[in-house]
Ligand binder design. Structure first.
Ligand SMILES: [Zn+2]
Length: 302
């Protein structure tokens, strides 16, 4: 016992010596996903057509802040919010999101990057990440890029959002929208579905971002590749082999009632309230093993 203690003492002395002699930056404590609460920085690229703030797609600061709050209520299963549940498999993922506190030039920043597209010509690449990245794209190793896109009102309730996924060893990763070399990584949300509103649509409580963030951290839809054996590779989400819409649960592959409230369905925002423990574990794996996601944990923007 004594030897061990002595060795331990010597080791810690060695570590202290090394860090003192090392001319490099001070060592940073990297929080361990799955064991500690982790925070991830997001930048909201608020893309608009020259409207005043609070008009049309140029959403108010309040609405943006509320959206980030909803995202955290959902990921943290916060009591007293729509994101709370009492399900035995329901997870507080211990993942939180903060608006970036500095921009790429290391200047203080509030996390909201407003861009007037009427003043900036870009190529038409369609409704996708690469198109909107032409307006702004910050280092994805330090920021989760969220583009709030000024899509036309005709797209309401049809185009909600999309997200690129992380390429990892996890089964089913190939079902995600994996960026090819040169592609932009990030989350796209149709402005009308960003934050809360009273639009006549099932997606009006800000859960589009929760769903897309799930993809960004490696989650599949609960039906995965639409078969009963290989669906989302999470044992605590009842297997289902087809897309799940609406407010009402039905019987899945094994005759068990499906989990209508799972954020990784296309269910109504009003009934969504759960990430499971296996889903949380999958996201923690990504944060530990995907270099571009892991680096978010020590972003200077936090
Ligand atoms: Zn999806």
């Amino acid at each position: 016992m004594k030897c061990k203690l002595l060795l331990g003492a010597l080791l810690s002395i060695t570590v202290i010596c090394c860090s003192k002699n090392d001319a490099g930056p001070e060592p940073i404590d990297i929080p361990i996903p799955g064991q500690q609460l982790v925070q991830l920085p997001v930048v909201v690229h608020m893309i608009h057509n020259g409207e005043d703030i609070g008009q049309g797609p140029n959403l108010s600061k309040e609405r943006i802040l509320r959206q980030i709050e909803i995202l955290n209520e959902d990921f943290r299963k916060k009591k007293g919010t729509k994101g709370h549940n009492e399900h035995p498999d329901g997870a507080d993922t211990q993942i939180e999101f903060v608006l970036a506190k500095s921009n790429p030039e290391s200047e203080p920043f509030d996390g909201i990057n407003r861009i007037d597209v009427s003043k900036k010509q870009v190529d038409d690449l369609g409704h996708n990440q690469n198109h909107f990245a032409q307006y702004a794209y910050w280092d994805p190793e330090h920021y989760i890029n969220i583009w709030v896109a000024p899509l036309p009102l005709e797209t309401t309730c049809m185009v909600l959002g999309s997200s690129t996924g992380p390429k990892t060893e996890l089964p089913g990763s190939d079902l995600l929208l994996l960026p090819q070399p040169g592609d932009a990584e990030g989350i796209l949300v149709n402005w009308i579905h960003f934050g809360e509103s009273d639009i006549d649509c099932h997606a009006r409580f800000g859960r589009t971002l929760t769903h897309e963030m799930g993809h960004y951290l490696g989650l599949l839809h609960t039906w995965g590749g639409k078969d009963c054996v290989h669906n989302d590779y999470c044992n605590d989400t009842p297997a289902v082999d087809r897309p799940v819409f609406g407010p009402t649960a039905f019987k899945g592959c094994s005759g068990e009632t499906i989990m209508i409230g799972n954020y990784m369905n296309y269910s109504d925002d009003a009934v969504m309230n759960i990430f499971t423990n296996d889903q949380a574990e999958r996201m923690h794996y990504v944060l530990k093993n995907h270099s571009g996601r892991k680096s978010l944990l020590t972003s200077p923007a936090l």
